[in-house]
Structure formats: structure tokens, C-alpha cells
Design a protein around this ligand. Structure first.
Ligand SMILES: Nc1ncnc2c1ncn2[C@@H]1O[C@H](COP(=O)(O)OP(=O)(O)OP(=O)(O)O)[C@@H](O)[C@H]1O
Ligand SMILES: [Mg+2]
Length: 358
């Protein structure tokens, strides 16, 4: 976590967002840090990556960070494991670029000691005697301060690699964050630290990080599936974040299953009004089975699947209604058949743009 060195920067550390042409279209104009959380396995990494791709379009430069030491971003973009170093993972035809960074507490602390206390070699000596491990794994809260501090540094960094001195290095930063169960403590830890260490550089730094996290430049998005547990966790998480003064963004509903069957046919299948013989004839007609009539097991299996599919859709609808009633902006992503590859990320990025998240 490099120093809060630019004392001339305005309080809060980043320039005010100018009114742009996109303001009417965007759900959250002026956002420079998008934090993506959600229940485990709901699609945080996928959503964060698709959002980074969407934000990079139009010649923009976006940093996509992960902090959980999982290398999920590298896997998704099909690149080798990310080091503690910003690496290009995707480029758009119009000059946009997504860079990715796996933020790791040990490297972040060494960087912090080197810049803040000018402890280059001394920092490495501390590392050898185990002090760095101690600080990053044992000292409560220090780990998270280092991780969010690095994100903060990237959000407000200026000049490097850009034409003019004053321009931000990144137009936006997207953080693939810890899950909802830990996000409040993760983002709020800086306020605890600045509370404990009332004086000195650490308190100043932690205060600055908190100011950016609580500013309108930051939005915390919650990813969910249309299932009871993730939806409940999303609503609880949104309340917890808001209570901590953190700006809640959109609820991103991922992996929505589509209606693949005409409704009258589905109703018929459910009520038993579609006779097995009709399914059998249909399969033959559509040349999905060869030769004579398909077996009873196949037909019964298909009817059972239709029923299951319908039950899932009904569950989806019910959970969608729960989310709508909560009144937060919803952004919806389809379940892509066959999972998410490069092309899939582009499709999801399109959806995020259409719905105003990017
Ligand atoms: N829209 C989608 N369509 C199809 N598959 C998806 C979609 N979104 C996510 N997935 C798949 O769901 C799985 C979980 O997604 P992802 O890894 O993004 O979740 P996560 O919240 O980051 O998980 P974790 O909590 O383990 O970090 C992955 O296999 C991913 O490919
Ligand atoms: Mg993940």
C-alpha cells in the first residue's frame, strides 16, 4: 500500500466526476470503483470480469483486481496465473484494455514498507524473519487494510503510462471482492484501524481509503442467483453495507434460466394433458430419434424434466418478486449454455451495458 503521498490531492483523493454524456444512460454515473460481492459461487468473478470488459469499451483502461488468492480471473481469461503485477488480459477493437492484478497481502505490505517508510531492503529483512507473515496473517485487520489500500492506490493513481501527468491511470477499477459474509468487515476495516491508531500515517491512510470507499465514486454491487438463500443473503448484505455508510450499487441477478418451452406446451406437460404419445410422435417428427417409436423411459424422462424446469422457473419468479420488492436497481444476466468463455464474457458485458451498469 503506497503512501498517501499526493498531499495536494483533494480530500478523498480523487477528482470529482464530471457530468458526461453517459450520465443519463448509466445507473451510477461517476463511479470509478466497482466492488463486486455476493454469496459464494453465485457469479462474482464472472460478473466482475464482464463488467471490466464492458467498462473498457470505448477506449477505456480498466483494472480488474482479485484479493482472495484464487486466480479466478486468470482462469476466466485463459491466461497464466497472475503475479502481483498489473497484466493485460483483454483488449477491445477500439483501444480499450482490461488489466488484471491479484493483490496479495505479503507483496502489498512489502510495497507499503518500501514506499511509505523507504524500507526497501529492510522490508525484505523483516520478511526473512517472519515479520511480514506475522503482520499479514496474524495481526487482525492488517491484511484487509493492505488489500483495500492497494485498490485505493490504483483508483487514484495518475499519469503513469498516460499522455498527461494529471490523467487517471485507470478510468475504472473493478474489485472481485470477498463474499457477502465478509464484505462489511473487509471494507470497513479501515475505519476500525483509523479508530485504533488515532494518529500518524496509518490513521491518515486508513481515513483516506475509507473516504473513497464511502464516496459516490464507489459502488458495491451484490451478485445473486434467483434462489432463496442467495437472495436473502443479498438483502441482508445490502442492509449491512448501507448501515456501515458504504454505497450499495446494483443487485446483479446472474444465471437466469430462460423460458425454453412454449407456455401452453409446458402447462400441458405439467397437468398431464400432453399424452406420452404426442411427445413420442413429436420426437420422431423432429428427427430427434431414429426409426420407430422412442421408449417409454425417454418420454417419461422428458416429461419429468419439463416439470422440473417449470418448478425452477416458478422459484425464479418468486425470488425475482422478492428482489423487486426490496427496491434496489436490478441488473439481469442470462445463464449461458455451456458456461462462460471469452465470447460469453462479451455477451454478458453487452447485457451489463444495455442495463446501464457500464
Ligand atoms: N451467466 C452465467 N452463465 C453460465 N455460467 C455461469 C454464469 N455466471 C457464472 N457461471 C458459472 O458459475 C460458476 C460460478 O461462477 P463464479 O466463479 O463467477 O462465482 P463466484 O461467486 O466468483 O464463486 P466463488 O465464491 O467460488 O469465488 C462458474 O463455473 C461460472 O462459469
Ligand atoms: Mg470468485
Amino acid at each position: 500500500m503506497p503512501p498517501d503521498a499526493d498531499a495536494r490531492a483533494p480530500r478523498g483523493g480523487i477528482a470529482p466526476a464530471g457530468a458526461g454524456e453517459d450520465d443519463d444512460r448509466l445507473l451510477f454515473p461517476g463511479t470509478r470503483l466497482h466492488v463486486v460481492t455476493g454469496k459464494g459461487g453465485t457469479g462474482k468473478t464472472t460478473t466482475a470480469a464482464a463488467l471490466a470488459v464492458a467498462l473498457s469499451r470505448g477506449g477505456r483502461r480498466v483494472l480488474l483486481c482479485e484479493v482472495e488468492d484464487r486466480q479466478g480471473i486468470a482462469r476466466l481469461f485463459g491466461v497464466p496465473p497472475l503475479p502481483y503485477e498489473e497484466r493485460s488480459v483483454a483488449a477491445t477493437a477500439d483501444g480499450g484494455e482490461v488489466l488484471a492484478l491479484a493483490i496479495e497481502p505479503r507483496a502489498a505490505l512489502l510495497e507499503y514498507l518500501a514506499t511509505f517508510y523507504k524500507l526497501g531492503r529492510a522490508g525484505r529483512a523483516l520478511d526473512r524473519v517472519g515479520a511480514v507473515d506475522f503482520a499479514t496473517t496474524v495481526a487482525p485487520g492488517v491484511r484487509d487494510v493492505l488489500l483495500t489500500g492497494k485498490v485505493y492506490e490504483a483508483v487514484r493513481r495518475r499519469g503513469r503510462g498516460r499522455g498527461t501527468e494529471r490523467e487517471h491511470t485507470y478510468d475504472a477499477v473493478v474489485l472481485d471482492a470477498p463474499p457477502t459474509g465478509r464484505i462489511g468487515r473487509f471494507l470497513n476495516v479501515n475505519s476500525e484501524v483509523s479508530g485504533i491508531a488515532r494518529m500518524g500515517p496509518i490513521a491518515g491512510q486508513a481515513d483516506s481509503v475509507m473516504r473513497v470507499l464511502r464516496s459516490p465514486h464507489t459502488r458495491v454491487h451484490l451478485v445473486t442467483l434467483l434462489e432463496e438463500m442467495p437472495v436473502q443473503e443479498t438483502l441482508d448484505g445490502a442492509r449491512e453495507l448501507a448501515a456501515a455508510g458504504l454505497p450499495v450499487g446494483a443487485v446483479v441477478v446472474d444465471q437466469i434460466r430462460g423460458d425454453t418451452m412454449p407456455l401452453d406446451l409446458l402447462d400441458g406437460a405439467l397437468s398431464g394433458a400432453v399424452p406420452a404419445s404426442a411427445v413420442r410422435d413429436g420426437l420422431v417428427e423432429a428427427r430427434l430419434v431414429r426409426g420407430s417409436a422412442p421408449g417409454t423411459a425417454l418420454v417419461d424422462g422428458l416429461l419429468a424434466e419439463a416439470r422440473e424446469h417449470d418448478e425452477r422457473l416458478a422459484l425464479q419468479d418468486a425470488q425475482h418478486a422478492v428482489l423487486e420488492a426490496a427496491g434496489r436497481p436490478l441488473v439481469e444476466l442470462p445463464q449461458l449454455p455451456g458456461g462462460v468463455d471469452h465470447r460469453g464474457l462479451e455477451v454478458l458485458a453487452d447485457r451489463l451495458t444495455e442495463q446501464g451498469l457500464a
